[in-house]
Ligand binder design. Structure first.
Ligand code: M6R
Length: 358
């Protein structure tokens, strides 16, 4: 039921702060005890590498999750596209552990990998929004996203829920292995993130205005960033192209000059995400480069790195968790651009909610 919302997508965008809070109360106990199956954490701790296998938005959540797991639990993570991985297996580590990220739990591309990895005897976990879905039944372990049904084809709350669950798992794993240096207080960071998300969704009008200014007529657009901002850029671009049909690309900011900058024309929208202190200056340099070639730039920046001309300033959270926040304006920009261009937000052409063919 959409309630008073015109589209499921907007409802699902708005639900994200509540989803984060629910995940914290589900999986993080009062005494900083993580409420996951102890056998799951023990199995993960035996591994020498985690392989995250997924498609689409879930793959993008996996890219963000890799950085979190490596920073918190110090375990190496590989992130793989399900449709590629199953047919072109890389040389695996000695003791791999497989994590299947899938909102629906029904994605055929991911399932064929799970079937093959089970045959090889490797342990597996499915992180899904749908209890007793195919991937959940077939993996050794399941962790639920508890995000409530996601109806819009464009995935929103599943992305932030997947990153949150992976962060909670990373903490549990780090605790078990003794590798977590405690630099990230996840309870307080996730509470900050949920509050900050709420502030962004409460101030949608500004973003609606930017959608009009940047996307109303353009045939193409770029999102750029570095590190987590690059991975969030990939998701931001997918959201935009999937529903508004604007040809959008997420790009590593430093790579532009190696080719793609030739696509910048007068008025081409370039949206830059800046949440990482280490690379903020470099990305700002890239913004200047595209502006010099006529690009129209929109800067989405965390508070601690903001400058006066930046249009969208987000509260600062631990930078490894930044995709939780930067994705929200990107989801809203895609939503409003789609409405302004006159398309159906919830049911984009040529797409199904769950993709059950390879
Ligand atoms: O159900 P899954 O998470 O396995 O689905 C994977 C992709 O098909 C899905 O994320 C798709 O990319 C979305 N439409 C993106 O918004």
């Amino acid at each position: 039921d959409k309630g008073t919302y015109p589209f499921f997508m907007l409802k699902e965008i708005d639900e994200q702060p509540a989803v984060i809070r629910r995940l914290v109360s589900t999986y993080l106990g009062e005494r900083d005890d993580y409420r996951f199956d102890p056998q799951l954490i023990a199995k993960m701790a035996e591994a020498d590498q985690i392989y995250i296998v997924a498609a689409g938005t879930s793959y993008h959540a996996g890219l963000a999750a890799k950085q979190i797991v490596e920073e918190v639990a110090k375990m190496p993570v590989a992130v793989e596209l399900a449709s590629e991985f199953g047919y072109h297996l890389p040389i695996l580590s000695k003791r791999p552990f497989f994590v299947f990220l899938s909102q629906s739990g029904e994605t055929a591309d991911s399932r064929q990998v799970l079937v093959k990895m089970k045959e090889l005897g490797y342990p597996s976990l499915t992180i899904t929004n749908v209890d007793r879905s195919t991937l959940s039944r077939e993996a050794d372990f399941t962790v639920l996203l508890n995000a409530g049904p996601e109806i819009a084809v464009a995935s929103t709350k599943a992305y932030t829920a997947q990153i949150t669950v992976m962060a909670l798992l990373a903490k549990a794993l780090g605790q078990k292995l003794g590798t977590d240096d405690g630099k990230i207080d996840l309870r307080s960071e996730l509470s900050l993130a949920a509050n900050a998300m709420q502030t962004i969704v409460d101030n949608k009008e500004a973003i609606e205005g930017y959608a009009k200014e940047f996307f109303e007529t353009t045939p193409k657009a770029f999102y750029i960033g570095r590190g987590q901002d690059y991975f969030a850029s990939l998701e931001a671009a997918l959201k935009l192209k999937e529903i508004s049909y604007i040809q959008a690309e997420g790009f590593a900011a430093g790579e532009l000059k190696h080719g793609t900058i030739s696509l910048i024309e007068n008025g081409t929208p370039v949206i830059a995400l800046i949440t990482d202190q280490a690379t903020a200056g470099l990305t700002r340099g890239n913004i200047k480069e595209v502006e010099a070639r006529g690009a129209k730039t929109l800067k989405i920046v965390s508070e601690n790195l903001a400058e006066s001309a930046d249009q969208l300033v987000l509260p600062a959270i631990a930078s490894v968790l930044s995709p939780l926040l930067t994705v929200i304006p990107a989801q809203l920009l895609a939503y409003y651009a789609t409405i302004q261009r006159g398309y159906n937000v919830d049911q984009p052409r040529n797409l199904a909610k769950s993709v059950t063919v390879e």
